[in-house]
Ligand binder design. Structure first.
Ligand code: LLP
Length: 419
């Protein structure tokens, strides 16, 4: 459910007509709906009502400060994977005691930053990381709150690039090794073992892999408790999928009910790390048609490209395309492509679309998650603006980059400058 609807054939975000934003901000731009973000956050968080839990939004999916603040205002925490994301989360006003730090390659500086900020927990992914964390915590005379990310070896049945919970993936610690590592960690002076974590993948459209991994985690927590290691946080990661096209993912309430049932008897605070399910359908990318080309294939060349929305090129992902003015009856089969000099630069392939003409606006739907955050400056294209609608108003929450942004930080060494 989202708030992108046609009123008199004009696509609106809540009560704002998209052509108005395009006129004032230019194209392309990412657009987000406050009402949709709020609704999705509450639907997800509310699904766990009745049990102690923290919804730690996965910052990597959409990291704009304004959006992070919106979630912070509703009690949201953050799941971060870098020092940069920690900085963003803190700047946005997220309570450090609601921040969990995941990732296989945290640097010493990042571990120190997390400790100094007083985050809720480090989701440690290897024994070497544990040793490093012990050293850093000792040097700061502090104690690091730790959970280990265990790899439950469950097939999430999603795209191979975003499947993370199989034994062959780089993530986490095998359950078979984990008990020994927990025992060692519990004996370390500057480590406080408090949790067990996992994250099996992204864009999951079935509940069973989540339940299966939670079941394995539960058995594991039981074993730890028998060895005298108390576990007070259980982090199930993120991963719940959304509808891009034909997918029929479970409603967050169905997911919440299944998880709550499996949590029975476990006296832990549940941590969840949703990203896509909250922001995916709350954001779109609006682009303008530059040219059309007819031939063996029809091409619609737009001003957005794979650097702005990488998902189609990278994962062959589908994003529905909707016209901003919805009254054109004539249809065509076409590829929607960007200006980048690569055949892999496409946003849609062989899709039936309205017969777009130059200067028409179109919306790439469901682009709120892993859209802007995966964008780059490839082909020296400034990153696009981000806009947040609230009712009948809107705010530019990130300015479009300029050419100066592209070269900020670069310099030409003296020896190359001829006098
Ligand atoms: N927690 C951890 C440890 C993660 O690695 C991820 C996502 C999440 C939570 C949030 O997962 P979500 O609820 O958003 O599914 N770029 C890819 C998705 C990569 C997901 C990486 N990890 C895409 O565009 O589909």
């Amino acid at each position: 459910m989202h708030y992108y609807t046609y009123k008199n054939d004009i696509l609106h975000c809540e009560d704002v007509p998209l052509p108005e934003i395009a006129r004032n901000v230019g194209t392309p731009f990412y657009l987000y709906s406050t009402a949709t973000l709020t609704r999705h956050f509450k639907a997800f968080d509310g699904a766990f009502e009745g049990i102690p839990h923290i919804t730690c939004f996965a910052v990597k999916s959409c990291s704009n400060l304004a959006i992070l603040r919106l979630f912070a205002n509703m009690g949201g925490g953050a799941d971060i994977v870098s020092g940069g994301e920690l900085f963003r989360a803190l700047e946005a006003g997220i309570d450090p005691k609601r921040i969990v730090y995941s990732g296989v390659g945290k640097t010493e500086e990042e571990l120190r930053y997390g400790l100094q900020a007083g985050i809720l927990q480090f989701n440690v992914e290897s024994e070497q990381e544990l040793f490093k964390l012990q050293d850093v915590a000792a040097s700061l005379k502090s104690v690091a709150p730790v959970s280990f990310r265990v790899n439950p070896d469950v097939d999430p049945k999603t795209h191979a690039y975003i499947s993370t919970g199989l034994a062959q993936n780089k993530f986490g610690i095998a359950i078979a090794d984990a008990e020994r590592i927990y025992r060692n960690a519990a004996a370390m002076p500057n480590i406080h073992v408090q949790g067990v974590s996992c994250h099996i993948g992204s864009q999951l459209t079935k509940i069973s892999p989540f339940v299966e991994s939670l079941h394995k985690l539960k058995l594991f927590v039981g074993c730890l408790q028998e060895s005298g290691i108390e576990i007070s946080y259980l982090d199930l990661g993120g991963g719940l999928g959304i509808t891009y096209g034909e997918e029929e993912p479970p409603h967050p309430q169905t997911y919440g009910d299944a998880i709550k049932k499996e949590m029975e008897g476990l006296h832990c605070t549940l941590i969840l790390e949703p990203g896509r399910v909250i922001v995916g359908n709350a954001g779109i990318l609006v682009a303008k048609v530059l040219y059309t080309k007819a031939g063996v294939k029809n091409f619609i060349v737009v001003d957005a490209a794979m650097n702005d929305l990488a998902r189609p090129s990278l994962y062959n992902a589908y994003h529905a395309i909707q016209p901003v003015i919805g009254n054109r009856q004539e249809k065509m089969i076409a590829d929607v492509v960007g200006p980048i000099c690569e055949t892999g630069d496409f946003l849609a392939k062989d899709k039936e679309l309205p017969a777009f003409q130059p200067n028409d606006l179109l919306a790439l739907m469901s682009a709120g998650a892993y859209g802007f955050t995966m964008s780059s400056n490839y082909n020296s294209r400034p990153r696009v603006a981000e806009v947040l609608v609230n009712g009948n108003g809107y705010h530019v929450i990130r300015q479009r980059e300029t050419h100066e942004h592209l070269i900020a930080g670069e310099s030409i060494p003296e020896y190359l400058i001829e006098s």
